[in-house]
Design a protein around this ligand. Structure first.
Ligand code: 6GU
Length: 226
């Protein structure tokens, strides 16, 4: 998969994709992330990318021309499955959306700043609008990093243990069960006996019950009785 990200603040996106699972995805050739500096497509000697909002009001709006020129230059070598604008008024990201995006080949993410981008760009070019939750960030970059992380780890072949994404919280609308590691007793606090029992089937059952209990208690909104 190739993910291109258009940003006015590319510095914010240097580190997030170079560690841990996403690093491995890149090393295995399963994921390529390119950050494109929108400023390079800015207008005039000041490389302008934003201007005042028509109708007045505070805050700048990102202009059509730099965005369109940037998009067209990318489209010379790419055909995008989705052109995604990160915005607080988009569809709230969830595991189902990440699962489906992880099966695509080419994604373009567009990070907004200030008051956002000219509505005409959204109308004419954007195919999907995504928010990462009901709060406001200064720009789309951190949201883009969240989106790339959640997609990248789901690309087939990225996780070592192929089943491990299947046991994540939110797959099946259930939170993950609690986990423990050595030592067996830490300052008097013990690991549940069942996990030390060696009974694989019983451990499976216990984990499932724990998942159900946690989901009912912590996220009754996503819990569905079978
Ligand atoms: Cl995608 N962008 C911004 N600026 N704020 C957000 C967001 C996105 N998702 C939640 N808050």
């Amino acid at each position: 998969m190739i993910i291109d990200i258009i940003s006015a603040v590319p510095e914010l996106l240097i580190s997030p994709f170079n560690h841990s699972i996403l690093k491995r995805a890149k090393e295995r050739g399963l994921l390529e992330v390119n950050v494109i500096d929108l400023r390079a497509f800015g207008i005039g000697s000041h490389k302008q990318i934003d201007d005042y909002a028509y109708g007045g009001g505070s805050g700048m709006v990102m202009m059509m021309e730099p965005l369109v020129n940037c998009l067209r230059s990318l489209q010379i070598s790419r055909t995008y499955n989705e052109i995604i604008y990160l915005t607080p008024d988009g569809l709230t990201l969830n595991q189902k959306i990440s699962n489906s995006l992880s099966l695509k080949n080419n994604l373009l993410l567009i990070c907004g700043h200030y008051k956002g981008i000219d509505q005409r760009f959204r109308d004419q070019f954007v195919t999907m609008e995504i928010s990462i939750g009901d709060y406001v960030l200064s720009g789309g970059e951190l949201a883009a990093a969240v989106l790339v992380d959640s997609i990248g780890r789901l690309i087939p072949g990225v996780l070592n243990d192929e089943t491990s994404a299947l046991t994540d919280s939110f797959q099946d609308n259930l939170l993950a069960p609690p986990v423990y590691t050595r030592p067996e007793i830490f300052e008097g606090s013990k690991v549940p006996d069942i996990l030390l029992s060696g009974h694989e089937a019983k451990i499976e059952d216990w984990r499932y019950e724990q998942s159900i209990e946690r989901t009912k208690r912590l996220r009754p909104d996503i819990f569905k009785e079978e």
